[in-house]
Design a protein around this ligand. Sequence first.
Ligand code: AMP
Ligand code: GLY
Length: 469
Amino acid sequence: MPTRILIVGSGAREHALAWKLAAEPGVNLVAVAPGSVAIGREHRVRSLPAVDPLDPRAVVDAARVLSAELVVVGPEAPLEAGVADALAAAGIPVFGPSRAAARIETSKAFCHEVAAAAGVRMARAKAFAAGASEDAFTFAETLAADGHGLVIKADGLAAGKGVAVCDGLADAEAALAAIFERAAARDPRDPGHDPSADPSPVVVVEERLFGREASVIAISDGRSALALPAARDHKRLADEDRGPNTGGMGAYSPVPDLPDSAGADLLATIHRPLLAELERRGWPFRGFLYAGLILTSGGPVLLECNARLGDPEAQAILPRLSGPLGPVLLAAAQGDLGPVIRALGADVAALPTFPGAAIGIVLAAEGYPRVPRRGDRIAGLAEAAALGGLVFHAGTIARDEGGFTTNGGRVLTVVGRGADLAEAREAAERAADAVTWPGAQRRRDIGLDAIADGAVVGAPARTTAGAAS
Ligand code: AMP
Ligand code: GLY
């Protein structure tokens, strides 16, 4: 079991990870680089504000100074910067994939290619390079012909802003034109590069699918995998899924229409084939493999992969885990989940959970997701905690005179727990109501869709929600 752990990142997801890991038996220290003042106030947690999470050498140095036995990388940007590669090269156990394996998230075209080779179902799609705009428009016309709309996705990391879900061809053509215009612009740092001759994909044109979404995240050692309980994110800014897309405004777990017991099937049909294909290509994936699913009338279809825990999904999932996570992540980082799986029981595909449910509500600053206002004084944090809420900080800074001010788009996630989703929602709403600042935005319908469905029961310990619902 790891006793000294370094987490890379500073958001509410990393706060939740630090909170979970620091409370586990045998853990002496969790350091978070860069973390934040609020994260560093958790018991046995220290923040390292001077460490640049995108600088592989700085992270390796921090891990050495701390004698970290395990490093867990939270967000995607450090993965793309090669932080996991540098740690692995230095012989430090790292849970987080190499830059090459993380392309499953950072390139949508690569994700489609790997899924097709692995036999994993995704929406029908084609990728196009900067010089192939004519072909892209033609393919968009073909997809639009059935009248169901289509989806245009910029290739590469876009912080949730690269996807346009279009009702018709006109919207799709506008989205395509904008992407091709950006792609054709020569990079002033590399004026010799001719974008029109570059074969790398710049856009994916995709069939539009319909259904509720869910996130199923697996812990992988490169080959084997264990599922975390499923969660459902709420990506739009406003109630009833209105307003612009965001990084996520709230999440709940379990998901009644995708019970935790479905994890075994999903691992078999989605995660393991993807892992096998990545390994076959020489890029074994050690980390959180996040499958973003859409539950169509014909069954779950993979919409996207991420190479990390979801945010805010992690804030709802981690409080549900009944066993320690550190030893599982260390075993995966060392390339062998086998003993962990054997200890859980060979037929167990998912990590054990407490009975009950958790709901996380994101509190965002005025102006999010465009230009968030910073510097508003936050009131009610202690009250929220006194009401039993877990308060995970994402964008706050400490005031000299005590307390915190807002310092980012998504500012906090407030999590409520309960015997079922309805109770968890009441607890989350009560705690979130206690926290205020001028212009704070949040949804008031996180989890309501599931509660309206009726059958909402938490998971019994060790097994899954499905058995109890
Ligand atoms: P992605 O980054 O690929 O997950 O896309 C962001 C969001 O766009 C998803 O969570 C969906 O809500 C929506 N989306 C993406 N692809 C599709 C698709 N093929 N059909 C319908 N909605 C989609
Ligand atoms: N909540 C969606 C994500 O983390 O990508």
